[in-house]
Design a protein around this ligand. Structure first.
Ligand SMILES: Nc1ncnc2c1ncn2[C@@H]1O[C@H](COP(=O)(O)OP(=O)(O)OP(=O)(O)O)[C@@H](O)[C@H]1O
Ligand SMILES: [Mg+2]
Length: 228
């Protein structure tokens, strides 16, 4: 196994009113290629904050994060944007899809930025992934006509379309029932079997059982994150 992502003594505080609020207590973490890391902890423990830091959506107040030995805080905005677009995939609790674009167009969105790719390749890749997620019948529909589970599978297809090295998922099954939740988890687990790395925040013990390792975050009062 090789180290893909490393956080060294990172923390994040926000200023609220006059006093700083520590959203994430200092922690260090190594994510190896091919791991399926599940981050758990009570509401407010800093799980989303950690995911935002690891994925370059936010910068730590202290400490440093390395993706393949490159420090995210030493990259400029364009370099981070390029990295996020080409190497990272994102799935959040609520599916964010463009309502005036078809499912096929939504899944193709990540190709609008970064390295240009031939149109035929984009179309083929999007159709393959939508079929893989069991959505081939729906590709010309608009997001507003889909169920929550279907929308989350579209988000899954979009997250994979540029073949990311790592997928960051924040409560990806939070708004789904058992059956739909299991489908998403199986799709994620299959990606891990193919060599992709996943860092997922989840409260759901069943979803958590798909992980290969758990990181439990304690709320800030008790300081350190605990590995189990
Ligand atoms: N932009 C912000 N400004 C001020 N405080 C913030 C900000 N973002 C997060 N926090 C605080 O940091 C703490 C951790 O927030 P975070 O969203 O990471 O928690 P979480 O573990 O993801 O919780 P949940 O399970 O409810 O999603 C919370 O107390 C939250 O209020
Ligand atoms: Mg959260």
């Amino acid at each position: 196994m090789s180290v893909l992502l490393e956080a060294v003594n990172i923390s994040r505080s926000f200023i609220s009113g006059d006093s700083p609020c520590l959203a994430l207590a200092p922690l260090s973490l190594v994510v190896e290629k091919g791991e399926f890391l599940v981050v758990t902890g009570r509401s407010g423990a800093g799980k989303s904050t950690l995911l935002h830091l690891l994925s370059g959506l936010d910068l730590p107040s202290q400490g440093e994060i390395f993706f393949k030995n490159r420090s995210l805080s030493r990259m400029n905005e364009m370099e981070i944007a390029r990295l996020r677009n080409s190497s990272f995939g994102f799935i959040f609790q609520t599916p964010h899809l463009l309502s005036d674009r078809t499912i096929l167009e939504n899944v193709a969105m990540p190709f609008s930025y970064g390295e240009p790719v031939a149109h035929g390749t984009v179309d083929k890749r999007c159709r393959e992934l939508l079929a893989y997620a069991g959505l081939e019948e729906l590709i010309h529909r608009f997001p507003g006509t889909l169920s929550g589970g279907e929308m989350q599978r579209v988000v899954f297809a979009r997250a994979l379309v540029r073949e990311p090295e790592i997928i960051f998922a924040d409560e990806p099954t939070g708004s789904l029932d058992g059956g739909n939740s299991r489908k998403i988890m199986e799709l994620l687990a299959r990606q891990v079997n193919k060599g992709c790395t996943v860092v997922m925040v989840s409260h759901d013990p069943e979803a958590g059982s798909f992980g290969t390792r758990t990181l439990h975050l304690e709320k800030v009062e008790s300081a350190e994150g605990v590995h189990s």
